[in-house]
Design a protein around this ligand. Sequence first.
Ligand code: HEC
Length: 402
Amino acid sequence: MRMRANHSGTGKRHDGRFAIGCAIAGISALAAVSAPIAPVTQARADEEQPFRLCADPTNLPFSSDSPAQPGFYVEIGQALAKALGRPIAYDWYKSYFGKRTVRVTLLGKQCDAMIGLPRSDDFMGPAVIFSSTVAKEGYALVTAKDRAVGGVDDLRGKRVAVQFASTPQNLLASRDDIEKVTVLSPEEGMKALDAGKADVAFIWGPVAGWLNTTAYQDRYRIQLTEGEGLAWDAAIGFAKTSTELRDRVDAVLPQLAPVIADLAVKYGLPAGQPVRFGAAQAAPSGVTTGNGTKLAQVANVVATETKGDALPKNAEAVSNGKEIFNGTCAHCHGPDAVQSERKIDLRLLRHRYGDDMHDTYLKTVHEGRPAKGMPAWKEVFTDDQFENIYAFLMTVQVESND
Ligand code: HEC
């Protein structure tokens, strides 16, 4: 298995629109030549071309570079390649960088198809086009087997684990009759449930299902939910220029439906009639954790492109750092780093570390603290970008956050 070096964060890049525009101009000319007729020779050449799947090496239950356990999307990709009569190839790239990932891999022509994107024109349209829906994904209610939830009122008087900055947290925020237990990841939500610290976990469904299958002996009942910001259709995304491939995929998807259904069971994805919730305010910037909430993030992450050199040095650094921060870090650490949870309040770095602040910062952003939910970013940003984020953080340091 090959891990492609990540170049996305190294140095300045062109404005996304410019790069994408060029690619489109170049490729549609080719497509125009080969699209209308598909003579046998052409079809054969196509068949030998691998179907290049964009996939995350470490995102179970969706994808992984382990042949023993490839994940839901990768196995769908494999079935698809087979149905198209083409060998499969992979472009491995971590997906928690959201739109950036799509831009670098799919739109960068590193791969042909990315499974699991939210099927919505709001999502990077018109640059990205979609297949028909392959799965429904969203938040789920996790409870003991003998307890079902029929709607929000069934949560009254209960302790409900919700992930920080997620749609369920927003949805329940105004309900004083429901006790919220805030967690930082679906994993933590399952633990709270299992330890008896919560009665219900209202968390990202695919991860809940996966953990239930792999770590909790299928002890829990998992019900999908629906409502604004709670669930969406996941589809296969293609670059705008790949309409021909998209159409061929759409043509074979119906025959793959039973395979996809079996895979959903294999990977523990919640199924069944969803529980309907009224209009909720969707979380402002999606949910994030090291694992599993990728799709929500992909749907919501604001891309962090670097901007031009117009501003004076430090102001430019701060402004660039702030932009990266709000695009990538704010989901967990709060917009503009304003955060009431002390342990992830980055305004306390100076207070906490004094002279070691810079070293601790760099070590943490490079290596992450994976066990605690802080991803490693060294493959994503350059040291200049880390310094810019740091420059921004230095403008918001406080002595105390209360
Ligand atoms: C998926 C959620 C998440 C994202 C996204 C994230 N962090 Fe974190 N980060 C955490 C968590 C959780 C911790 C606390 C870890 C712990 O308890 O030690 C943390 C800790 C840190 C710390 C150490 C804080 C301290 O006081 O010890 C720094 C610095 C930091 N993050 C910077 C960043 C930066 C910069 C970004 C964006 C490039 C970022 N983080 C993105 C979750 C995240």
